[in-house]
Write a protein that binds this ligand. Structure first.
Ligand SMILES: *Cc1c(COP(=O)(O)O)cnc(C)c1O
Length: 504
């Protein structure tokens, strides 16, 4: 007897696509309109607002198991996330070195996300766009067409990529046997003003931070090349292996530019890799008036810079360029069976970008850069960069005119370091006073400079990579610093008098 068995009911097939495309289009349109409105009116909002405790608590929820309407999730975004950003889309944000982004970049990101390209491998237009952007970056920096380059997520990753190439170019066996093939230590050199990402990279690639020699700087915070030469000779005498010098084009503290040609000559003399960290400063290369000061930039073996800082591209966008494409490839290329290049089909196309870096999967960050360069043209970027430099000069002047303000370093690019100094205060008191001024400025949401220490002295630091800033914004900054500084002084003299009265 045949036993008739009912087939088990299969679960209905599902997808993450919307159930109703008209609904999603409507909410998409709403998001677009509201983000546009937000950015259009950004200057009327506070630069920054402290996140209330009850909002922070909302980010400590159990893993969502049941679904929620997208509209509801979006409302939560508007209530709990959007109002509490760092503030870097605001015209009066000049903290650290953080870029502004653009409305057009937001749209480009949407297009790229829609395509969901993985720009690592295969025959697809996004790979050509990626390569086109890299070629434009070479042209911007005066690097030859046959050099290589990769778009990465930022200058830290770009510095790391370059230092791996620098290290590996010392020996073809280093990839197999590691740095242990050397008897002496591998050592590298960078000025004492160098960004922490260089130290981090040196630690990551097994050099060790104690083997990153800190070269002295002069009064302009530029590398003392004489000292560099001495340090190299000293290391050689000790049996160490110098392999690389890192020069700064725009130090993070003051925007100083190291003497590139002299450093290049030292690199030639001792056969060392010449790397430039030009995270934001390298963009000044676009300005003809910087030609003189930046000669030598194109002589570097490698350069790292960001497009999300002084090119105003939305996060993330960094670039590394390497003069010798072959050395670049030799540092990273691997050919496992599953990513072999084919003659035809999807696995054909240009060489895999993963042969020049660490990442295999890579997003389509090239699109926002490609679109921005095409829409605005390099001429517009030149004018904006120049505008920021002019604003830095203007702020420098305002500070010099105020007896209670003190300029703490020469204004060489787009960074201004200064402090409130009414006189008659001790070093420690001044630092403490300026720190209090900074925190009050931030809490008031009016202006957002940041801070650094120059020769152990705390100062306020303004780094301008903001296409929305206007001259009047710097008037506001100066006015507010003075107002808050005076206010704190007054409060303190009251407490002092009160204390004295109590004692008496
Ligand atoms: C910002 C910066 C970096 C690091 O770049 P990220 O894009 O933040 O990784 C490195 N060097 C200098 C001089 C910088 O200003």
């Amino acid at each position: 007897m045949r036993f008739e068995k009912q087939p088990a009911a299969l679960p209905a097939e599902e997808t993450l696509d919307p159930a109703n495309w008209d609904d999603i289009k409507a909410i998409g349109q709403q998001m677009l309109d509201e983000m546009m409105h937000y950015l259009q009116n950004i200057s009327s909002k506070p630069v920054w607002k402290k996140i209330p405790e009850e909002i922070i608590e909302k980010f400590d929820q159990p893993l969502p198991v049941e679904p929620q309407e997208l509209a509801e999730v979006y409302e939560e975004f508007k209530e709990t996330i959007l109002p509490y950003s760092l503030g870097n889309t605001h015209p009066r944000f000049w903290s650290w070195v953080i870029g502004t982004g653009t409305v057009q970049g937001m749209l480009a990101e949407m297009l790229a996300a829609g395509m969901n390209s993985n720009v690592g491998i295969g025959d697809q237009a996004p790979t050509y766009v990626d390569q086109q952007v890299v070629t434009w970056c070479k042209q911007m920096m005066g690097f030859p067409a046959e050099s290589s380059g990769v778009l990465v997520n930022g200058a830290s990753a770009a510095n790391l990529n370059a230092l791996i190439v620098a290290r590996n170019s010392m020996s073809q066996y280093i990839r197999i046997r590691g740095t242990q093939i050397y008897n002496g230590k591998l050592v590298m050199y960078a000025s004492s003003e160098t960004h922490s990402s260089i130290q981090k990279a040196a630690e990551v690639i097994g050099i060790g931070s104690e083997n990153v020699r800190k070269v002295r700087v002069n009064e302009q915070y530029e590398m003392d090349v004489q000292h560099l030469d001495e340090m190299i000779r000293n290391d050689k005498a000790l049996g160490n292996n110098p392999f690389c010098v890192v020069a700064n084009v725009g130090t993070v503290n003051t925007g100083a530019i190291d003497p590139l040609q002299e450093i290049f000559m030292v690199c030639i003399k001792y056969n060392l890799w010449f790397h430039i960290d030009g995270a934001f400063g390298a963009l000044a290369k676009l300005l003809p008036e910087f030609g003189q000061r930046l000669t030598g930039l194109e002589l570097a073996d490698s350069i790292a810079f960001d497009l999300h800082k002084w090119m105003y591209i939305p996060y993330e966008a960094g670039v590394v360029l390497v003069k010798n494409a072959n050395k670049h490839r030799q540092a990273f290329a691997v050919n496992p069976d599953y990513i072999l290049h084919h003659d035809r089909g999807i696995a054909a196309g240009p060489e895999a970008i993963s042969n020049f870096g660490i990442d295999l999967s890579r997003g389509f960050k090239a699109l926002k850069i490609w679109m921005a360069l095409k829409e605005h043209g390099i001429k517009k970027f030149r004018r904006l960069i120049r505008q920021n430099i002019r604003q830095a000069q203007y702020l420098g002047q305002l500070i010099r005119q105020e007896s209670s303000l003190e300029l703490m370093a020469p204004v060489s690019l787009n960074v201004v370091c200064f402090r409130y100094n009414p006189g008659m205060l001790m070093k420690g008191e001044l630092s403490e006073l300026n720190k209090e001024i900074l925190m009050r400025l931030h809490e008031a949401g009016l202006v957002a400079p940041s801070y650094t220490k120059l020769n152990q002295e705390y100062c306020l630091r303004v780094a301008i990579v903001n296409h929305r800033s206007r001259m009047k914004d710097f008037d506001i900054l100066v006015k507010e610093v003075k107002k808050i500084g005076d206010q704190i002084q007054k409060e303190r003299s009251f407490t002092y008098i009160e204390m004295k009265n109590k004692v008496a």
